[in-house]
Design a protein around this ligand. Structure first.
Ligand code: SF4
Length: 372
């Protein structure tokens, strides 16, 4: 698989959920369709705790809270006690819950599926044992026709686990339990898994970069990894991706040329949602284009330059946001495009079209694992 041949350019009708899909996550639907597969989340682990500043906008926390209040023993057993309400605000309790039987179900799934595991948790959460991570990877090892995409905000723990020599043995043990008789793939790392980090701004990207380059190059020591990651041919480790959704500031991805996929998008979710600057989007998508990395621009979020309706805000390219344009005067010194006037129009009206009219919905094609 060459990087150039691995990009599929999709159209907006690919964002529709089809029979057999069990999610509305658009990039997952498109990834699945590009591979001729179904799309589904794999809720084998529930519960989390905040790790980065971007966790303040965690949608999973509200969903887990709601589900924990629902009628029925099964829902309470699965979601109860993972969140609590303190002073009107929903918080994680920090407990995580593993439902291993769901992994066995994924192995038995008849149709090849593109999975997004632990969408309401973090695969690499501090409380998730290495054995549990290995059990998840054993699903991918058992089913070469499945694919999975992992997203984490615990990139350091992910790197430590994924480059460790012990992990392959743990996956082999888990595979023997989960799917007795199925051989371990002949290649390692698993070619049908893509490992990603969620980063919302430059500080988070800076914190994640070294760990992600270790994952992409399978180097235990970061110094070598950083050197090798500058070369495309050094992508000999896990396939990696980054999600800058929601993007909360400009991110320079220089040095991340090892990526196989980049997701970019704005913030949604009502009154507290932050606006997205067109220059940030242009910067990230431009970097991806130059480096042959498939990029998926999900949407602008709740804010847009058009239609002009309601009270605007002015967003500077450095991330400062103003209610009053006169207070933003110094931002214009960085050029006419640096200060952007935005209106809260809602995500449907804001859409995903770039200022030049393009829609960017690219995804990568991942390889299969090989046995024997
Ligand atoms: S890591 Fe993800 S699931 Fe966990 S608190 Fe942060 S945003 Fe929520």
């Amino acid at each position: 698989m060459t990087p150039a041949a691995a990009i599929v350019d999709c159209t907006e009708d690919w964002l529709e959920k089809r029979p057999g899909d069990n999610t509305r996550i658009e990039w997952l639907l498109v990834l699945a369709r590009a591979h001729g597969m179904r799309a589904d989340v794999l809720g084998y682990q529930e519960g989390c705790s905040e790790k980065t500043g971007s966790c303040r906008q965690c949608w999973a926390r509200e969903e887990v809270y709601r589900r924990g209040l629902q009628q029925g023993e099964a829902m309470r057993r699965r979601f109860g006690g993972l969140t609590r309400k303190v002073g009107g605000r929903i918080q994680w309790t920090g407990e995580i819950r593993v439902l291993s039987e769901r992994l066995a179900g994924a192995v038995r799934r008849k149709h090849p599926t593109f999975w997004f595991p632990a969408s309401r948790s973090d695969v690499f959460h501090e409380k998730a044992e290495a054995r549990t991570v290995a059990q998840l990877l054993a699903v991918a090892a058992a089913r070469p026709d499945h694919r999975m995409i992992l997203l984490t905000k615990r990139w350091e723990r992910a790197a430590d686990l994924l480059v460790s020599e012990e992990l392959q043995d743990l996956v082999a043990e888990a595979l023997a339990e989960l799917a007795p008789g199925r051989p371990m793939p002949s290649g390692w790392p698993l070619a049908n898994v893509i490992v990603g980090c969620s980063v919302g701004n430059q500080a988070e990207a800076d914190a994640a970069g070294e760990s992600m380059s270790r994952i992409a190059t399978m180097q235990a020591t970061s110094r070598i990894a950083t050197m090798q990651a500058t070369s495309r041919v050094a992508r000999s480790g896990w396939a990696t991706c980054a999600s800058a959704e929601p993007m909360r500031g400009p991110i320079d991805f220089s040095g991340w040329e090892f990526l196989r996929f980049l997701i970019v998008g704005g913030m949604t979710g009502g009154i507290a949602s932050e606006p997205l600057h067109p220059l940030w989007v242009e910067g990230a998508l431009g970097w991806a284009r130059v480096n042959g990395v498939p990029a998926f621009f999900k949407q602008w979020g709740d804010w847009a330059m058009q239609p002009e309706t309601g009270t605007p805000v002015w967003l500077a390219a450095d991330g400062r946001c103003f209610d009053d344009v006169s207070a933003a005067a110094d931002s214009r010194r960085d050029g006419p495009a640096a200060l952007c006037r935005l209106f809260r129009v809602g995500k449907v009206k804001a859409g995903r079209r770039l200022p030049d009219g393009r829609v960017v919905l690219q995804v990568p094609i991942l390889g299969q694992v090989r046995h024997g």
